[in-house]
Ligand binder design. Structure first.
Ligand code: GDP
Length: 295
């Protein structure tokens, strides 16, 4: 992810550095190119405009232009504003008293089930939590089976599957099992659909009302770019998200989704999916990402 954006911005700033002394016009020209690069990386248009609006007055001021290293100052301002856009709040999960329910939502194919198992494994191994997982995807028995298999691979227990139960009944059963079993965390993998639809939202909202999750995490595919942003908007208006996990960040996504998600929903990206393997889940650090983009 971010490779093409990184090389585009690198080019813009190399040119700026090559000039030595800068005029306001030079900075304005560079920011125009930054704007184009962000749009081409699929960053949501409103997010691009806000970004440039913040950077411009900071970068075009006399203090920057008259400084000994004007180009470096401009890069620093872009860097700091990137971190502001990505959100500098902590990336960790906010889990209250056990069993802490985590609701996983997202479209089918986004990587939701794999990510549920990855998160279960990470909490179990890195944070020493006792984790139970349950699939609520009654429309696709294969999805329930998949979580069970992934759970076995990860060594994270899953709620036994009972055919014919509704998502709410399974959620109740999962909560009871988590309480009785002394689990710290309960990961609920909700049904994924092809599109954001009313039934999907109503079902997930009913499960949320029943379980009162400590985290509601949207799993979104970074390769879908602008679409991932639109999906996040639709989910967030129906069901406030507490965090986002972007999958397929190991692929060649242009990064627009990563740069837009937090600004559009207010929910921070908490982890990146970095591959198909169950340990391929990394915490999202805005400083590192900004550093990478402007390397
Ligand atoms: P779901 O329908 O949303 O539950 O999606 P799945 O969890 O079944 O994932 C769909 C496919 O995407 C599977 O082949 C996963 O191995 C793959 N996948 C999930 N996350 C990632 C990721 O971060 N990187 C890559 N490369 N593949 C992923």
């Amino acid at each position: 992810m971010f490779d093409s954006l990184q090389s585009r911005l690198g080019g813009v700033f190399d040119k700026l550095r090559g000039r030595g002394a800068l005029t306001e016009g030079d900075v304005e020209e560079a920011l125009k190119e930054v704007r184009t690069a962000l749009i081409e990386a699929d960053v949501e248009l409103g997010v691009v405009e806000d970004f440039i609006k913040k950077v411009k007055p900071r970068a075009e001021g006399e203090a920057v232009i008259r400084s000994v290293t004007p180009a470096q100052q401009v890069v620093k301002i872009v860097h700091d504003t990137l971190i502001e856009t990505l959100g500098s709040e902590g990336t960790g999960l906010q889990l209250g008293s056990p069993p802490a329910p985590i609701l996983m939502v997202g479209l089918q194919g986004s990587g939701k089930t794999t990510t549920s198992a990855k998160l279960g494994l990470l909490l179990q191994t890195k944070e020493k939590k006792k984790v139970l997982m349950a699939s609520l995807d009654v429309a696709r028995p294969a999805a329930m089976e998949q979580l069970k298999i992934l759970g076995e691979q990860a060594g994270v227990p899953t709620l036994p599957i009972i055919a014919g139960q509704t998502p709410l009944t399974i959620a109740k059963r999962a909560l009871a099992a988590a309480r009785v079993g002394g689990y710290d965390v309960l990961i609920l993998d909700t049904a994924g659909r092809q599109h954001v639809d009313e039934q999907l939202m109503a079902e997930a909202a009913a499960v949320r009302d029943l379980t009162n999750p400590h985290e509601t995490i949207l799993v979104a595919d970074s390769l879908t770019g602008q679409d991932a942003v639109n999906i996040a908007k639709s989910f967030h208006t129906r069901m406030p998200l507490s965090g986002i996990i972007l999958t397929r960040a190991d692929g060649d996504a242009r990064g627009g989704a990563a740069l837009s998600m937090r600004a559009v929903t207010g929910a921070p990206i908490k982890f990146l999916g970095m591959g198909e393997k169950l340990d391929a889940l990394e915490p999202f650090y805005p400083e590192r990402v900004a550093g990478r983009i402007l390397d």
